[in-house]
Design a protein around this ligand. Structure first.
Ligand code: SAJ
Length: 417
């Protein structure tokens, strides 16, 4: 069973590292992305987002002619689909990118090809893709029809942590859910080319789908616990960071860290896929979503009441990304806090934002003259109120004694004196 050429559909946070990793193992990889700008950047050996060590991996792979990018699929022996599966405005799964990616394969699909869906999907989606493709390609047989079908389809969810993607791609165990047993085994052979250090965990497609959703819902629920606890601590005038640190000395307690809310394209979204599949049985998961989603508004309110106690104060907001040391602003609670501050009717007419990983403000913050992007020193010197929204390394390293007399809202607990 050989894979001479692999194609990765969707060259974002997961697809590009995956493509580059296969290419680094001397396999021909064709990356496909409908965004021509991304295709051009990659073909120049460059990358379009921040991720440790990815720049060199992509640069080498392109230089060695093992990785190239294109805007529509060409024939390959395996197709790994890693396109976004966001939510609609009413918190329903939006599978339009995934369906479009599947449809784009019909011109190139041939007997023996393997399709792996790495995108996070609601339970049942892998089967739906198999049925959909079989309607579009009646000359080929698909695995929901027979164990010995022409095409192999598997769900193997990506589980890597942004900021540690290259390490976790190799180190993490890989859940592999084939529509049939043969599909799973073929996918395991493909990942075998990466020489993974983690285990290969073969299961059914629907199980693999729920495994991935459960992991992120589990984390969301645990973060919600930390967030709720921090509000309780505040009500009782007790330091939440100290409570958590001391409670975690217990051998069976491991409370996560509170913050301004939960962001990113995964944990803030995936629990909704479970809620939508079992709306009457997912009370805890839904409540956790609500607790985490209410946190940015909670902090904005606190800052606004401090603003109203001063005359024309300047507020410095440190951090905009959804978590530390990445450049990703998707679903970022920090952006929500700053937006609420900017749009509220209060005495605040200057918000200085510091975000070392971006070069211009996101669209939501561009239509107000109140908000300006600046550097850390300027913001701290000018501010009356400092709001820490992200625990970036450069913020943690800033000498606390240089800050002086300011009102500080530290949502991440980095300046605990
Ligand atoms: N957060 C907290 N407190 C914590 C941990 C995180 O408030 O103690 C916040 C972060 O600041 C951020 C959000 O939660 O806003 C999510 O950050 P994260 O680092 O927990 O996770 P992601 O979204 O970057 O990546 C997650 C990971 N899932 C799990 O750890 C179960 C990753 O392994 C998945 O591959 C990824 O989702 C994904 O793509 O699904």
């Amino acid at each position: 069973m050989t894979f001479k050429t692999i194609s990765v559909i969707g060259l974002g946070y997961i697809g590009l590292p995956t493509a580059a990793m296969f290419a680094s193992r001397n396999i021909n990889v064709i990356g496909v992305d409908t965004n021509d700008e991304i295709v051009n950047i990659i073909n120049q050996g460059k990358i379009h987002f921040v991720e440790p060590d990815l720049d060199k991996l992509v640069c080498d792979a392109v230089k060695n002619k093992k990785l190239s990018a294109i805007n529509k699929p060409v024939p390959a022996d395996a197709f790994i689909i890693a396109v976004p599966t966001p939510l609609t405005n009413s918190n329903k799964p939006d599978l339009s990118y995934l369906m479009a990616a599947a449809k784009s394969l019909i011109e190139v699909l041939k007997k023996g090809d393997l399709i792996i869906i790495e995108s996070t999907v609601p339970v049942g989606t892998t089967q739906i893709i198999s049925e959909y493709l079989s309607e579009l390609c009646p000359e080929l047989s698909f695995p929901h029809q027979s164990e010995k079908a022409d095409i192999f389809i598997t769900h193997s969810p990506e589980r890597v942590l942004p900021g540690r993607i290259l390490t976790e791609l190799i180190k993490n165990d890989r859940v592999i859910g084939g529509i049939s047993k043969r599909c799973g085994e073929k996918a395991a052979n493909l990942y075998g080319l990466l020489d993974l250090k983690g285990e290969y965990l073969l299961t059914k497609a629907a199980t693999a789908e729920l495994v991935k959703l459960s992991e992120n819902a589990y984390r969301d629920v645990n973060i919600a616990f930390a967030n709720e606890l921090s509000i309780i601590c505040e009500r009782l005038n007790i330091n939440p960071w100290e409570v958590i640190q001391l409670a975690n000395h217990h051998p069976r307690v491991d409370i996560l860290q509170p913050g301004p809310g939960v962001g990113g394209h995964c944990i803030a979204i995936d629990p909704w896929f479970i809620i939508n599949s079992a709306p009457n049985n997912a009370e805890l998961i839904r409540t956790a979503r609500n607790v985490n989603d209410s946190k940015p508004g909670y902090f904005a309110k606190k800052v606004i009441s401090a603003v109203n106690s001063l005359s024309a104060p300047i507020v410095a907001c440190l951090g905009l990304t959804y978590k530390a040391d990445v450049d990703d602003l998707r679903q970022s609670p920090a952006v929500k806090v700053v937006s609420e501050l900017a749009s509220s009717q209060n005495k605040l007419d200057k918000i200085l934002v510091v975000e070392p990983n971006i070069s211009s403000l996101p669209i939501e913050l561009q239509n107000t003259s109140k908000v300006a992007l600046t550097n850390l020193e300027n913001a701290i010197d000018a501010a009356d109120i400092i709001v820490i929204l992200v625990d970036h390394k450069s913020f943690k390293e800033f000498p606390y004694d240089r800050i002086g007399e300011k009102i500080i809202f530290d949502t991440k607990g980095i300046w605990q004196s």
